[in-house]
Design a protein around this ligand. Sequence first.
Ligand code: MG
Length: 399
Amino acid sequence: MKFIPSVTALCSFAALVSLGRGAASTGSPFYGDPPNQTHPWAVHDQNRPQPSLVAPGTFSTARQPGQPPSDAIVLFDGTAASLNKWESDTKEGMPNAPTKWIVSDSAMECVPKSGYIRTKEKFGDCQLHVEWAAPKNVLGDSQGRGNSGIFPMGLFEVQVLDNYNNPTYADGFAASVYGVNPPLANALRPPGEFQVIDLIFRRPVYRAGKLVDPGYITVFCNGVLVQDHTPLEGPTGHMKRPGLQSVPDQGPLKLQDHGNPVRFRNIWYRPLPPRSVEGGTDGVLTAEATTAKRQQIAAGIRRDAAKLAGTAQMLRLAESLVYEKDGATYARVEEMVTAYVAGLKALPSAQREPQKNDAKTVLRALKYLAKFEIMPAGFAATKTLDQVVQAQGWDKEKK
Ligand code: MG
């Protein structure tokens, strides 16, 4: 029996032929393993947001401070004006007071006995950059030589100490997490020279009074790894272990007055995105967070599909099913695919050639959806399309 294509099938098909999307390729849909119960994104997911752009700064040397990256929040840049970002670390309930530390030779210097200082700004998880120099005039020994401290959130001390030819107890060494963990190495320059500290701080996270993440500190001293994702054990103590305890989400950065005129320069930080335990959407998530994120991604794709037409819209809607099997969308995709395949099949063989790439793309999508049980393997349109592609010999082509 000779098949005469129905007008309806051809009209539907005409409406479904592809419209190019024109955007730069960030990958292909229907490619890597799909989202699962703890990963809202597919592997190599083209929908995953591009990383934000940051213009890198320059590296510091002992003599010359480098430039911070473009998105850094600068806390001290060597000017007296930037000292205004700091204040004296007055006790809770006491009025704020300006710091008595001084700026000289583009560095901020501790005035012994004037007290700790803190930033006016409060922040939590961060990449923190600090440069410090112990006095060139070497006085004292052990903990009495060039002692200060870097306290993210005002609570956790990363030790500042002149340990150049100056032993002390290991968990109080320069770049130790004080009282908790010695540095992996002593990578200090001589006193008087600036030490470059890069620190990644993750605060402890509690939810409903329960610890869900102890927090971590990673530190590089002069480019040498000295703290490798060291778990926090609570706020810093002296001669004791205060233990893990709930802390606020933010606090000021504090610098210690330990009675030595230690100098600081080039202090900046970059806030870090939330971890998965606190609502971040990268990494392994809870089932609830994954489902919520998958629904959000699917909704975004459906909104994008609404701006498209033809095969492009059909494929985009099908793509949304990878994240969320929304009933109405599923029905619409079934309907569109059925119409598309019927239209293609209705064309005489010679007229199918211009549709080759689209047809192969649709078949690949349908096979992906079947492989991951998003659409049934026995879906009639998939079988029909597979037959058409084979009949045309398109399946034999490499591309
Ligand atoms: Mg100290």
